[in-house]
Design a protein around this ligand. Structure first.
Ligand code: OOG
Ligand code: NI
Length: 460
């Protein structure tokens, strides 16, 4: 009998569930946050029939309760290479290059996520994956020590890598192998309350940058947060204190709008957790480490290059503070004011080419026989063609830097010269990262062609 092949989407769902269960058991506040988010989502859907219908049409409703992203920080190029192979088994591929050195964080990153529409609809689970840039540690001796310590660890269980090889040579895993794989791969992301270094070395690494200590001092890249998707981030932010959770002061990303764009995120502070450190004489020393935090996000429409340029310009102008402005007006007010220049209705966003949309045939269109209208605009005006926002599936570097920073504390604000090094990142990864704009443009184009074909429009 032929062994049953496991489908990559199912492996990803099994894995993201296992990760969520593990994190919920380790960080009880995550469970509380998940409850709050699902209550807010339920209430939001009850209030807006239009939103519910649009999400339903785009098959977004099903995935909403599954949806989350996580983040890990790796120490060595080989770790990045192998994590790419591990995520590939789950249908997750590197999308985008994020340089965070400009923001004072000595890492660069990509996001592993599903890339085709069908897989995204099934489960969009993604992992923001950073690689530490040891070359940014100034002290030679400390850099050499960090390199040596990292060189001694292996973050994957042997069985994980064996199963990756089985997948790569035979092209699939059986259901039984997939279940084993999920359990084994999960180990890489587990929290370790024992450090691999002494308190003294930890302190030196910490003094260089808290993030360096976080990456170098442990056996593996513990998942540092898991983020559920909410339909109303302001409501969740407001509800957090009532559940004993203290959110960070400002929500990252665009302001609240009628038509959500890109991504808005907020987090609660990292927890100080007890850690056992080694002593040279073999005894142990108690200490603490702060790494894991909570985050929530609200996702909106993906912007075209033109829309993204406008977003970046408005955000930069809101963040530019001259002293007087900063003292007299709050950041949120300034943000809202600047973003008044960003159209806030779906029709204008589409007409001006600011955002990506998924086209589909309306009921009237399906029953109308051959369409006569000769342009997309006319088909829409006649009620035969409709468009729904394509959701942004990626991250925002300025927001990511804000999230990193809010968990580092002010004593950890460093400046590094901005020096993106995408080719070094891709060399470590062993692959090129995908261009997210191409993915969105293709999804839009394919939906339009499909709809026009169905309408037998002469436009096609
Ligand atoms: C990752 C921070 C980035 C996001 O949602 O932008 C991130 C980290 O702290 O390791 O997860
Ligand atoms: Ni995040």
């Amino acid at each position: 009998m032929r062994a049953l092949h496991a489908d990559a989407d199912n492996i990803r769902t099994l894995f993201s569930r296992a990760m969520s269960d593990m994190y919920r058991a380790e960080v009880p506040q995550y469970g509380t946050l998940m409850e709050l988010v699902s209550e807010v989502n339920r209430a939001t859907l009850q209030q807006s029939e239009q939103l519910r219908e649009s999400l339903d049409r785009s098959d977004e409703l099903e995935r909403l309760s599954l949806e989350r992203h996580g983040a890990i920080r790796l120490g060595r190029p080989e770790e990045l290479f192998n994590v790419r192979r591990v995520f590939a088994v789950m249908g997750m591929h590197p999308v985008g290059y994020y340089d965070l050195s400009a923001a004072g964080v000595p890492v660069h990153a990509t996001a592993f996520r599903p890339i085709d529409d069908a897989a995204l609809r099934r489960n969009p689970f993604r992992v923001f994956t950073s690689l530490l840039r040891l070359e940014l540690i100034e002290d030679d001796a400390l850099r050499a020590a960090a390199q040596r310590i990292l060189g001694e660890r292996s973050i994957f269980t042997p069985r994980t890598l064996e199963l990756v090889e089985v997948f790569e040579t035979q092209g699939y895993l059986t259901v039984a192998q997939a279940e084993k794989f999920v359990g084994e791969a999960l180990e890489t992301f587990r929290w370790h309350s024992e450090a691999t270094v002494s308190l003294d070395v930890y302190q030196q690494l910490h003094d260089a940058h808290r993030l360096i200590a976080d990456v170098v001092s442990f056996r593996g890249p513990h998942i540092n947060h898991l983020t559920p998707r909410t339909l109303d981030i302001d409501a969740v932010q407001a509800g957090m204190p009532g559940r004993g959770i203290a959110p960070k002061a400002v929500i990252e990303g665009p302001p609240r709008r009628g038509c959500p764009i890109l991504l808005r995120q907020t987090s609660f502070k990292a927890l100080e957790e007890p850690i056992i450190f080694k002593r040279d004489d073999g005894t142990s020393a108690p200490g603490t480490h702060t790494a894991r935090f909570g985050e929530i996000e609200q996702r909106g429409v993906a912007l075209t290059p033109k829309g993204r340029a406008l977003y970046d310009a408005l955000l930069a102008s809101a963040r530019e503070t001259d002293g007087i402005e900063a003292s007299t007006r709050s950041y949120s007010e300034r943000l809202a004011e600047r973003f008044a220049a960003f159209p806030d209705d779906w029709a204008t966003l589409r007409q001006e080419g600011l955002a990506f949309f998924r086209y589909s045939v309306t009921e009237a269109g399906a029953g109308s026989g051959q369409a006569r209208a000769s342009s997309v605009d006319d088909l829409i005006a006649e009620g035969l063609l409709r468009f729904d926002p394509i959701i942004y599936e990626d991250f925002l570097p300025v927001s990511a830097a804000g999230i990193f920073q809010s968990n580092l504390g002010s004593e950890d604000q460093r400046t590094y010269a901005s020096n993106a090094n995408r080719s070094a990142f891709e060399a470590a990864l062993g692959a090129k990262v995908c261009d997210n704009m191409e993915l969105y443009a293709r999804a839009e184009q394919e939906s339009l062609q499909q709809a026009l074909l169905q309408l037998k429009s002469p436009h096609f």
